[in-house]
Design a protein around this ligand. Structure first.
Ligand code: ZN
Length: 318
C-alpha cells in the first residue's frame, strides 16, 4: 500500500511536539515554568527531537508563554534536538535569539479575518514583520520556519484561497525560510483539501520542505496524516495527549495526539526514534498537570498486542 515507506531511506518521519506551545497556549491557569521544561526534557529522553517549544509573542498577549526564555534555559539541550520558538516580529526575534532557539517560526493566517483576530494585523502587515525579522534569524544563523495558519479553511471565511496560501509561502521563501508548516488550525482539513494545497505549493515552490499540522476537531486528524504520508510528507506536528485549541477560533479543539500519531507511524513501518511507552507516560503526566482527561487514546489503551486476562473483564450475564 502506498502509505507504507517505499524504501528504508524513506522511513523516517519527524514528529514535532507542539504541546508546550499550541497545547498550553489557551490554558488559563498558568503552568509552572519548571513543569513545562520538565515535560520537554522527559520527551527528549523519550527520543523526541523536534519541538515548537514556546512563543516569543508579547507576554501581555499570551501570559501563559511569558516564560519563554526561562523555559529555553531549563531545557537540557542536546545536539540533534531542535527547539523552535514562535516569533511575531523583530523584538520577538531578538528575544528568541537571546534564548538560543534553533529555529524561529513565523505565523501568518491564510484567512484575513483569522489573521486579524489572532495577530491583530493584516496578512500583509504580518508578512512585513516577517521580512523585518528574517534577517535577524540569518544574522544569528538560526533556521527560519514559515507557518501558515488556517491553511485548509477558516471558521469565519470558509474555504481559504489557495492564492493567499501561495502568497504567504512565497513571502516566507523569499525571506529565506525553506521549512513550511501548513496549519489546520480549526480542523477543517480533509484529504482532498490537503492534497490540492500541497500539490499547488510543490508546483510553485518545489524546494519547500512541507510539514503538516492537524487538529482533530472533526475526528479525521490521523486520516489526514495517512493522506500526508501518501503525498510523501515526512514531518507532522502534534501535541501530547491531544491537548490544544485556538483562543481565536470558535470550536477549535485539540491537535492530533503525539502518542496516537507515533503508534500509527510505527504500525505502518515508519521510524520516529521515539520510545512509545515513555511518550505515553509523559502524556499521562500532562493529564495530571492539567487535572483532566485528555483526548489521547493510546495512553489509555496501550500497545495493540498487550493482552488482557479474561478475568479482568466483566462477563455478560444471561
Ligand atoms: Zn494548531
Amino acid at each position: 500500500m502506498s502509505y507504507a515507506p517505499a524504501s528504508p531511506q524513506d522511513r523516517f518521519v519527524l514528529v514535532t511536539e507542539v504541546g508546550t506551545r499550541d497545547g498550553f497556549q489557551s490554558e488559563k491557569e498558568f503552568i509552572p515554568t519548571e513543569v513545562k521544561a520538565a515535560l520537554i526534557n522527559a520527551l527528549i529522553d523519550a527520543g523526541v527531537t523536534s519541538f515548537e517549544a514556546t512563543s516569543f509573542v508579547s507576554p501581555r498577549a499570551v501570559p501563559q508563554l511569558a516564560d519563554a526564555a526561562k523555559v529555553m534555559e531549563l531545557v537540557h539541550r542536546k545536539p540533534g534536538v531542535r527547539l523552535t520558538g514562535l516569533v511575531p516580529n523583530a523584538r520577538g526575534a531578538e528575544r528568541a535569539a537571546a534564548a538560543k532557539v534553533d529555529m524561529m517560526a513565523c505565523f501568518v493566517s491564510a484567512s484575513e479575518t483569522h489573521c486579524q483576530a489572532n495577530l491583530n494585523k493584516s496578512i500583509d502587515a504580518a508578512l512585513l514583520d516577517y521580512a523585518e525579522f528574517a534577517p535577524i534569524a540569518k544574522q544569528y544563523n538560526i533556521t527560519l520556519r514559515g507557518a501558515v495558519a488556517t491553511a485548509f479553511g477558516c471558521p469565519f471565511e470558509g474555504e481559504v484561497s489557495i492564492d493567499n496560501v501561495l502568497k504567504i509561502v512565497g513571502a516566507y521563501m523569499a525571506g529565506g525560510a525553506r521549512h513550511i508548516s501548513l496549519g489546520d488550525t480549526t480542523g477543517m482539513a480533509t484529504p482532498p483539501v490537503v492534497t490540492r494545497t500541497v500539490e499547488a505549493i510543490r508546483k510553485q515552490f518545489p524546494e519547500a520542505m512541507i510539514a503538516l499540522h492537524f487538529h482533530n476537531t472533526r475526528g479525521i486528524g490521523l486520516a489526514n496524516v495517512m493522506n500526508g504520508l501518501e503525498l510523501g510528507i515526512r514531518e507532522y506536528e502534534s501535541s501530547f495527549g491531544g491537548l490544544g485549541g485556538c483562543p481565536f477560533a470558535p470550536g477549535a479543539t485539540g491537535n492530533i495526539c503525539t502518542e496516537d500519531l507515533v503508534y500509527l507511524l510505527h504500525e505502518c513501518g515508519y521510524e520516529t526514534g521515539i520510545n512509545l511507552d515513555q511518550l505515553a507516560a509523559v502524556a499521562r503526566r500532562v493529564q495530571e498537570v492539567m487535572h483532566r482527561d485528555l483526548p489521547g487514546q493510546y495512553m489509555k489503551s496501550g500497545a495493540r498486542l498487550k493482552l488482557s486476562s479474561l478475568e479482568s473483564v466483566r462477563r455478560a450475564v444471561g
